[in-house]
Design a protein around this ligand. Structure first.
Ligand code: HEM
Length: 334
């Protein structure tokens, strides 16, 4: 059925004349990207999420513990070239580095034989929605009302009350200090993946990148003394002195652990193994660079790693592609 007919049919089925056909005609992924654009306002050429960021590069070396869990070539122990992008959450390239939002670490591993592994991780162990259908309404509830220029706290309250699972990431970020550096914050993959050692021998995992420099946040006094832009310069200075490393750790699920809800962390008691080391030894000058024309689609996986049935994970490819298409088109017009 054509989108407009679908919209009209859906509108009739809902018995509503309030739902404009152009709204109903959006695909879920378009609605998600449009909601992000509504929240940040027009930001031509920028990512619709994680808009402020810098490109970096380095390598990854996997180890024997990784090899035991997955046959993916990334764990063979070779030096694997990596493109990285560090970012600040939100759809504005001018977001403050002091915001109590997530920081992002996106990676592309260039594996032997032309294989690639892409991922985009965040500085929180959980995501803000458990189902893709919650994404656009979650963002819309936080979008400024044109009449007041402000988000309506009542709307946010009502959405949270109806969707209590969407409050977990905010609760984590509210109590976590603002990261002092992109090199001193923990990044989590959040979604579950299936690591396959051999046909029929697999295990569900969630990964994280633990900074070897330790986790360091800013105190309230330090925060007051900082400007809105410090993360990019700080990382450049840090990497000029010595490479920045992260321990790649896998948390192993046990029977009964939830594999499909990224707002729920697994119990701390689950085994965690170190499966390799990420080393960042170059940061691009200025904003942008080689990573700008890329998107980091977490469904681009090497043989030996499979997606779980997490609906949020499986919904990520489409909005990333739409955002990439829109921003590259805008950048070409500039
Ligand atoms: C339905 C759920 C999600 C939607 C609709 C969504 C949407 C988006 C979009 C549109 C972009 C911009 C892509 C680009 O222009 O290249 C993006 C980037 C990003 N997302 Fe998501 N996302 C979702 C889930 C997640 C989850 C679960 C995580 C954390 C594990 C995450 C972490 C990130 C990060 C770190 C970036 C910036 C990547 C970069 O530096 O290129 N997202 N997301």
């Amino acid at each position: 059925m054509k989108p407009l007919l679908l919209a009209v049919a859906a509108s009739a089925a809902l018995g509503s004349s309030l739902l404009a056909p152009e709204v109903l005609a959006q695909s879920p992924a378009e609605a998600q990207v449009n909601a992000l654009e509504g929240l940040a306002g027009p930001q031509p050429g920028s990512r619709r999420s994680g808009a402020k960021g810098i490109c970096a590069s380095g390598h990854f070396i996997g180890n024997a513990a990784g090899r035991e869990l997955s046959r993916a070539s990334v764990f063979k122990g070779d030096r694997i070239p990596v493109v990285a992008r560090f970012s600040v959450g939100g759809g504005s390239p001018k977001a403050s580095d002091k915001g109590k939002t997530v920081r992002g670490l996106a990676l592309q591993f260039q594996l032997p034989g032309g294989e690639q592994w892409q991922m985009a991780n965040i500085s929180a162990p959980v995501f803000f929605v458990s189902k893709p259908e919650q994404f656009a309404p979650f963002v819309q509830a936080r979008t400024a009302d044109p009449a007041t220029g402000k988000a309506d706290p009542e709307k946010i309250k009502a959405f949270s009350a109806a969707n209590p699972d969407t409050t977990r990431q905010g609760a984590y970020l509210a109590q976590a200090p603002v990261p002092a550096s992109y090199g001193t914050v923990n990044f989590w993959g959040v979604n579950a993946f299936e690591f396959e050692a051999a046909p029929g021998k697999s295990r569900f995992v969630r990964w994280q990148f633990v900074p070897e420099a330790g986790v360091q946040g800013l105190s309230e006094d330090q925060l007051k003394a900082m400007g809105d832009e410090f993360l990019a310069g700080e990382l450049r200075e840090r990497v000029a002195k010595a490479p920045v490393s992260f321990d790649f750790r896998l948390q192993l699920a046990e029977a009964g652990d939830n594999l499909t809800d990224p707002t729920l962390a697994w119990p701390d008691a689950r085994p965690v193994v170190s499966a390799g080391k990420l080393v960042i030894d170059k940061v691009a000058d200025g904003m942008g660079g080689a990573c700008d024309a890329m998107t980091f689609n977490p469904l681009v996986l090497p043989a030996g790693i499979k997606p779980s049935a997490d609906p949020v994970l499986n919904a990520r490819a489409a909005p990333y592609a739409i955002s990439l298409g829109r921003r590259l088109t805008e950048a070409a017009k500039k």
